[in-house]
Ligand binder design. Sequence first.
Ligand code: GLN
Length: 385
Amino acid sequence: MLEYPNTISSKLPKVGTTIFTVMSQLAKEYNAINLSQGFPDFPVSQTLIDLVYKYMNQGFNQYPPMAGISQLRELIAEKMQRLYGCSYNYDEEITITAGGTQAIFTAIMATVNEGDEVIVFTPAYDCYAPAIELAGGKPVYVQLKTGDYSIDWKQVKKVVSRHTKMILINSPHNPSGAILKASDIQELTRITKDNDIIILSDEVYEHIIFDGEEHHSMARYPELANRSLIVYSFGKTFHVTGWKTGYIVGPSNLMAEFRKVHQFNVFTANAPIQYALAEYMASPDNYMHIHHEYQEKRNIFLAAVKASRFKMKPTKGTYFQLLDYSRISDEEDTELAKRLTIEHKIASIPVSVFYHNPVQNSVLRFCFAKSNDTLMRAGDILCSI
Ligand code: GLN
C-alpha cells in the first residue's frame, strides 16, 4: 500500500462511497438477491447487441464527433418533437453523454458559479449535491412532503432568492417514484417567470410511468424548455445501464456552455454504441412500451409482498418501490438494509441517505427491474420478515 505523505484537504470531506456501490458489494459478498442498485437483471435485446458488434466490426471504433454522432442526435430531435412537441436543433441543442450522471455533473460545472444557490429536493439522488459543491455552489435543500413526496411550493418560494441559479427537478423521482403533476408545472412556471433561474431536469425514467399517467417533461412547456437542460438515459430505456450512454438537450446558449466543459470532461461518448443505438432507436416500438413491462413487474412485486408486514403505496414511476418497515422494526434504515442483506439475503437501499439532515422515516427502496422469478423469490423472503 502506498500513502501520500501529506495531509489531503478533501474537496468532498463528508462524502464516502456511494450507497449503490456499498449495497451491491454487500449483496455480492453475502450472496443476497440484489434489489438495491437499480439495474435490470434480464437479457438485453439481441438485436441491439448485434448492432454494436456490427458497428465495431465495420470499424466505427475511433472518436465520434464531440457532441455525438449526428444520426443519433437527429433521431433524438424527432423523438422530442413527437413526444413533447418541442423542436430541438440537433446540431446545437443536443449532446450525447457518457450517461446521465456525467450529463448532470457537466451541466452543473458549466453553469453554477462560486456562491450560486441550487435548490435540491430531498430525498435527492446522490450525485446532485457533490457536483454543486465541487462547482463552488451551495445546495439549498427543500424536503418533499411526507407521504406522497410531492413538492412543497410554499417552501420553495421561501428559499428562492437572487442567489438562486438553478432548480434541480427529477421526475419520475428516484428514490420515491413520485411524478410531477400539472399543478407543479404551473408553480414552477410562476416561480421562474421573472428571473434567470436555470432548470436542470433529470428525466432519465421518462418512459417508466404507470397507471396511464403522463410524463410532464420540461420540454412540453415552452417557458420552461427555454431555460431547461434536460437529461435522459439510454441505459434506463434500453436496459443497458452498464453502457453508460445518455444525452442532454437544452437551448443553444446553455448547450454551448455545456459543450465547453463536456469536451474537457469526457470529450465524447462511446462510438459503436452510438451507431447501434441510432439504428435501434429508429423504431420507436423498441422503447415506447417499456412502461407496460415495468408496470407488470411492479404489480408482480407488489403482489409478492402483499402478505408481508411492510406497508406500501404502488410506485407511480421509475423501477423502484418503497416499502415502509415501521411495523417490523425501529432500527435505522441503514442498519436494517445491511442486516436484511446479511441475514435474510435480500439487498435494498436505505432512503435516509438521500436526505441532507438525519431522518428516521423507516423506508427502504427496492428495484423491481428483475426477472419475475427473482421478484417472486424476493417476495417470499420479504413475507418471512
Ligand atoms: N441510478 C441507479 C440507482 O438509483 C444507480 C446508479 C449508480 O450506481 N450510480 O440505483
